[in-house]
Design a protein around this ligand. Structure first.
Ligand SMILES: [Zn+2]
Length: 424
């Protein structure tokens, strides 16, 4: 009897001293051939007065789904919980075990395994099957995992990054990151001003004063939020965003110039098929080895194509030089050169002029992109990861589930080092 108990406990990795296994058999349960282990759970003392003078009052039978190494034969624990009446204080009580929560039929170790599996890039149904639970159970485990990104209201990182991503129902959600550690600070369901203000108002003024920089795109109300919430913070316009704006304006100009030529002409082809070359840094263009070009029916280097293309129109040429110089200045963190370029008097396309006007309005924030090393580059990776999470699940309809999954998958790297038990 004792050896059987020890053997089963060893095999199932159970250490509860109050649990005594006395039988095992196979049975058909919910249409599946199942391994059933029967055990008695002892109530050693009264939970109220710790008296050991107890009068037994039958058992209460619970069936618990347990971990299994072979998913095709589920394991079921039949636990006979002792019910007792205390002879000292007269209280009724029933034995409890840490294997399972009160009035629950899925063992805590199964839940931990599910939670650990949820940190990986897997769909819920692929987690449900090997653990012998339904997808709804996996979803419930996910819903119960609720830890905030930031627990303390008087601590904020010194460098923040604001952005948004498309999530539930193709709506945009607000995301805020720690610019140094790249940890997610918060994800909000809505990206409206009042919601963001409400969130940051939870933090103490001292915490908010500690924020030194916030990098963001040129969204008008984000800047107002930063000014209102973080009195000591410098606003940095994300440098990728700046380049993107310039490139877009340059492309519009290129298309406009291109359309002045006949589609069959050499100039048209120069401007149409090599749009990527115009956006590359000039230094990276191939200047030595000419290649036969099918569109132009000529042996040309990349540099020759770009220079030929720019020769078609002086405005295009000036605009190209401006975009190139601005990118270079940004890369070299030369705020002085950037300032000169923003206030340039050369003839450039009207789209580009409009962009420069916008830069001028936000000059300090734009020049900060050249002064500080912080940008929204770290958000790129996070946004890609979130997209992958959504893709694996074929989209989420519940924002909280998506949020919990993002939190859990964020813990994946931590989990690799620690045991999964520390999650719960
Ligand atoms: Zn008692």
């Amino acid at each position: 009897m004792t050896s059987l108990n020890h053997c089963i406990k060893f095999q199932l990795n159970i250490e509860d001293p109050n649990l005594f296994f006395f039988d095992y058999h196979e049975a058909l349960w919910q249409g599946k051939q199942t391994k059933v282990y029967a055990a008695e759970l002892i109530q050693p003392s009264c939970p109220a007065c710790h008296s050991q003078a107890l009068k037994h009052n039958d058992h209460y039978l619970t069936r618990i789904r347990y971990l299994t190494s072979n998913a095709s034969t589920p394991v079921l624990l039949e636990i006979h919980k002792q019910r007792v009446i205390c002879q000292a204080c007269g209280k009724l009580s029933m034995a409890q075990t840490e294997l399972v929560n009160k009035s629950c039929c899925i063992s805590n170790s199964s839940k931990q395994k599910i939670l650990a599996a949820l940190t990986e890039d897997r769909s819920m149904s692929s987690i449900a099957w090997p653990n012998n639970v339904s997808t709804n159970t996996v979803q419930r485990v996910l819903q119960n995992f609720d830890t905030p990104f930031l627990s303390s209201a008087d601590k904020l990182p010194e460098h923040l990054a604001f952005d948004e991503f498309r999530g539930v129902g193709r709506k945009l959600h607000f995301i805020c990151l720690d610019g140094t550690s790249h940890q997610i600070i918060q994800i909000l369901r809505y990206r409206y001003k009042k919601d963001i203000l409400k969130y940051f108002n939870r933090f103490t003024l001292a915490a908010r004063k500690r924020v030194k920089t916030v990098s963001l795109d040129l969204n008008a109300y984000y800047q107002a939020i930063v000014r209102q919430m973080f009195p000591n913070a410098q606003i940095i316009v994300d440098r990728f965003h700046l380049i993107q704006m310039l490139n877009r304006a340059f492309n519009q100009l290129r298309v406009r110039v291109m359309k002045r030529f006949k589609p069959a002409s050499y100039s048209y082809r120069l401007l149409k098929y090599f749009w990527k070359l115009y956006l590359m840094p000039y230094a990276k263009l191939e200047k030595q080895k000419p290649h036969y070009n099918w569109h132009l029916k000529d042996q040309l280097t990349q540099e020759q194509i770009v220079l030929d293309g720019l020769d078609q129109n002086p405005t295009l040429k000036h605009s190209y030089q401006l975009v190139q110089n601005f990118s270079a200045a940004l890369k070299q963190q030369d705020a002085h050169a950037m300032k000169g370029l923003i206030n340039t008097k050369t003839v450039i396309g009207e789209q580009l002029r409009g962009i420069l006007q916008t830069f001028k309005h936000n000059q300090t924030a734009v020049l900060n992109a050249g002064k500080y090393k912080y940008s929204n580059g770290c958000l790129e990776g996070i946004n890609r990861k979130i997209k992958q999470i959504e893709r694996t699940a074929y989209g989420y309809s519940n924002f909280d589930n998506l949020l919990n999954r993002i939190k859990l998958e964020g813990k994946h790297s931590v989990l690799k080092e620690k045991s999964s038990n520390q999650l719960v």
